[in-house]
Design a protein around this ligand. Structure first.
Ligand SMILES: Cc1cc2nc3c(=O)[nH]c(=O)nc-3n(C[C@H](O)[C@H](O)[C@H](O)COP(=O)(O)O)c2cc1C
Length: 275
């Protein structure tokens, strides 16, 4: 029996959903433990020690990885464990899973499998993109179940599969990533904009932020300097008082890829009881 240790970061639920499906398929024959990166920023290497295979899943941001995931990977002790990566994305990332694979390779890991999963969009302050939000949960379930099962089968039968590793994907990824990473560096400080007239000081955003980037000042939420750009606060603010790109803000927030999804499911244990 193999032991798989699977880490994920999920801003708004998509990557959590795919990671859980992957875990379920592994668990039909092997041991697979699922860990949220935001809960385990400090002890990733300890958790990996007993693993035969290490997996990392993340949402794609501009063909790149969320800062919290990049920081997690660079915090890992070098290791020669076998690994896989997967990413969730709205449409395309080019080499999204391969980029994470290359970061892991720099830490010594031997990455043998990479996969992309298309999921609903979570950038909801650009209203034209939320046209895709007419959700058909059953369709998502069917598609993702099929693809995750195939991915796990490939891993268990040791058939290497590296989505996004060809030259064309690399070019496509690079074309987005270069611009995105430039923008991202400027965006970390004060990425989140708060409409003061709408904020009712409920503090929910300060609790759910994966990087503790939000705090209350004079009863209003304010952003500090470590935003991983995940859109969680923007989609869950009860007053729709937050935005990142367009001031018009969110009309239809994104609340996850299945009907019973609750943001609590991806939060740190101590915070789950506070909201
Ligand atoms: C800042 C940001 C940048 C994104 N960039 C891309 C992109 O380049 N390509 C794409 O297909 N999806 C992109 N997306 C969409 C997300 O990757 C997608 O909705 C993902 O499944 C969200 O996962 P999560 O719910 O686990 O956070 C972006 C989302 C955000 C918040």
């Amino acid at each position: 029996m193999k032991k798989i240790v699977l880490f994920y970061f999920s801003g708004t639920g998509n990557t959590y959903y795919v990671a859980k499906k992957i875990m379920e398929y592994f668990r039909k024959s092997d041991i697979c433990d699922l860990y949220s990166i935001e809960k385990h920023l400090a002890d990733g290497s300890d958790l990996i020690e007993s693993a035969d295979i290490v997996g990392i899943g993340y949402p794609i941001y501009g063909s790149s990885l969320p800062k919290i995931v990049k920081d997690f990977i660079s915090s890992l002790k070098t290791s020669n464990k076998i690994a896989f990566t997967f990413c969730t994305q709205l449409m395309f990332s080019g080499d999204g899973a391969a980029y994470g694979g290359r970061l892991l390779k720099k830490r010594g890991f031997v990455v043998k499998w990479q996969e992309h999963f298309n999921m609903p969009n979570n950038i909801t302050d650009i209203r034209i993109l939320t046209l895709r939000h007419k959700m058909n949960y059953q369709k998502i379930e069917k598609r993702i179940s099929y693809k995750t099962r195939k991915f796990v089968q490939r891993i268990l039968s040791e058939r290497p599969y590296k989505k996004g590793s060809n030259f064309f994907s690399l070019l496509l990824g690079l074309s987005q990533r270069v611009a995105y990473e430039k923008m991202e560096l400027n965006a970390y400080p004060n990425a989140i904009r708060i409409k003061e007239e709408l904020c009712n000081g409920c503090t929910l955003c300060t609790l759910i932020c994966p990087t503790n980037n939000l705090e209350m000042k004079d009863g209003i939420a304010v952003s500090k300097d470590y935003c991983t750009l995940c859109y969680r606060c923007i989609n869950h603010c009860p007053k729709k008082a937050m935005y990142m790109i367009l001031k018009k803000g969110v009309k239809h927030p994104y609340h996850g890829p299945f009907e019973d999804f609750k943001i609590k499911m991806v939060l740190k244990d101590d915070i789950q009881n506070q909201i």
